[in-house]
Design a protein around this ligand. Structure first.
Ligand SMILES: NC(=O)C1=CN([C@@H]2O[C@H](COP(=O)(O)OP(=O)(O)OC[C@H]3O[C@@H](n4cnc5c(N)ncnc54)[C@H](OP(=O)(O)O)[C@@H]3O)[C@@H](O)[C@H]2O)C=CC1
Ligand SMILES: CC(=O)N[C@@H](CCC(=O)OP(=O)(O)O)C(=O)O
Length: 308
C-alpha cells in the first residue's frame, strides 16, 4: 500500500528537510500544493483531508488550526510543533523513551513529536526516574546549546546576515515552552531549571544534565547510571550509550544525522556527574523523529529514510 503524505509548512526549516527526505521514497506518495497557495486554508484543508498522514511543520497556532481543518477519521497526524506535546488525546512520539513507545505510536491517530531539547533531556533522565535512581521530586537542571536552525527561518536569516552573537543564552525567565513536556514525560514533579543557548553553527545540539550523585538516595555510581541508560536503549538503532573516554564533546557530532549519543562522565571521587546528549535539532530532534514516527504509523521499515 502507498501512503499519501502531506507536509504542511514544507517551505520552513523543518518542513523542507522532511519533504526532501520523503521525496521519491518507495511506498510514499507526497501531496504538494503550489507555493502561492501554501497558506491558503482551503488548499491546505483539501490536502490535509486527502492525505493518509500529515506532518505539521508549522508554528503552534497554525498547527492547532490545521488539526481543526481535518474533517475525516482516516487522516493521521504527526505534529512537529509544541502545540500538542502534553495534550490529551495525543501520543508522545518518542519511540525509544518507554518500553511500549513504538507500539503506541504505531497505533496512534495523533502523534506529537518531542521538542529538540526535550529529546536529549528525556533520553538522559526518564530511565533514571523510572528506575528509581532519581527521585521524582529531585531538583534537576539542564544546560543546552543548539545550532541556530533551531530558531527556524527567522533565526537562520539573522545568523546568516552576520553579526549575531557566537553564543547567546536565552529563556532567562525560566518559562521556556519545552519545560512542561520535560517535566511531564520525565515523570518529575517540578520543572527542571532549563538554561538553553544558541551558538553560531547551523545545526546540532548538546544537552547536559549535571547531577550530584553523592546526594541521591543510595549515591549511585557513574557506572550504575551508565548501565541503567544502556539497558534502556539496548537494541535501539538511533540511540547509543557511549562507553568512551571522550575528553570533549562537540555540537557537530551528529549534525546531519538522526543518531543520538548519551554520555555519562564525571568525577567518581567527588560523586559528581555530567550526563550529556548529542543530537541534531533537525535530525532526531525534528525531521528524523517525524520520519521514524511515520515509518511506525504506516507499517514501513522502521529505519527507512533515517541516517544513522
Ligand atoms: N527548527 C527546529 O530545530 C525544530 C522545529 N520544530 C518545530 O517545527 C515547527 C516549524 O519550525 P521551523 O521549521 O523551525 O520554523 P520555520 O519558521 O522555519 O517554518 C515554519 C513554516 O510554516 C509556515 N507557516 C506559518 N504559518 C502558516 C500557515 N498558517 N499555513 C501554512 N504555513 C504556515 C511558514 O511560512 P513562511 O515561510 O511564509 O514564514 C514557514 O515556512 C515549529 O513548531 C517548531 O517548534 C521542532 C523541532 C526542531
Ligand atoms: C535555538 C532555538 O531558538 N531553539 C528553539 C527550539 C526549537 C523549536 O522551536 O522547536 P521545538 O520546540 O519543536 O523543538 C527554542 O528554544 O525555542
Amino acid at each position: 500500500m502507498t501512503a499519501r503524505v502531506f507536509v504542511d509548512g514544507a517551505a520552513g526549516t523543518t518542513g523542507l528537510e522532511i519533504r526532501e527526505r520523503l521525496t521519491g521514497r518507495a511506498g510514499i506518495d507526497l501531496i504538494t500544493i503550489d507555493d502561492a497557495r501554501r497558506k491558503d486554508a482551503a488548499a491546505r484543508a483539501e490536502a490535509l483531508n486527502d492525505a493518509d498522514f500529515v506532518i505539521l511543520c508549522l508554528p503552534d497556532d497554525a498547527a492547532r488550526e490545521a488539526v481543526t481543518l481535518i474533517r475525516n477519521d482516516r487522516t493521521r497526524v504527526i505534529d512537529a510543533s509544541s502545540a500538542h506535546r502534553v495534550a490529551d488525546g495525543w501520543t508522545y512520539g518518542f519511540a525509544e523513551l518507554e518500553p511500549d513507545g513504538a507500539d503506541r505510536i504505531a497505533g496512534a491517530a495523533r502523534v506529537s513529536n518531542p521538542g529538540c531539547y526535550p529529546t536529549g533531556f528525556l533520553a538522559l533522565v526518564r530511565p533514571l526516574v523510572r528506575g528509581g535512581l532519581l527521585p521524582a521530586d529531585w531538583p534537576v537542571m539542564v544546560n543546552a546549546v543548539s545550532g541556530y536552525s533551531g530558531g527556524g527561518k527567522a533565526m537562520v536569516a539573522e545568523y546568516q546576515a552576520g553579526g549575531a552573537p557566537a553564543f547567546r543564552a536565552y529563556a532567562l525567565g525560566l518559562a521556556h515552552k519545552h519545560a512542561p513536556e520535560m517535566t511531564v514525560h520525565a515523570g518529575l514533579t517540578h520543572a527542571p531549571i532549563f538554561a538553553p543557548a544558541v551558538v553560531d553553527t547551523y545545526r546540532g545540539m548538546v544537552v547536559e544534565v549535571p547531577l550530584h550523585l553523592h546526594a541521591l538516595p543510595g549515591a549511585p555510581t557513574l557506572a550504575a547510571v551508565r548501565d541503567v541508560l544502556a539497558a534502556a536503549y539496548t537494541g535501539q538503532p538511533l540511540v547509543t550509550v557511549a562507553y568512551d573516554d571522550a575528553a570533549t564533546v562537540a555540537i557537530e557530532e551528529h549534525a546531519g544525522t538522526d543518531a543520538m549519543t548519551l554520555r555519562i562522565h564525571g568525577n567518581a571521587a567527588t560523586g559528581q556527574a555530567r550526563l550529556i546528549a548529542t543530537l541534531d535539532n533537525l535530525g532526531k530532534g525534528a525531521g528524523g523523529a517525524a520520519v521514524q514516527n511515520l515509518n511506525l504509523m504506516a507499517g514501513l521499515d522502521p529505519v527507512a529514510g533515517l541516517s544513522l
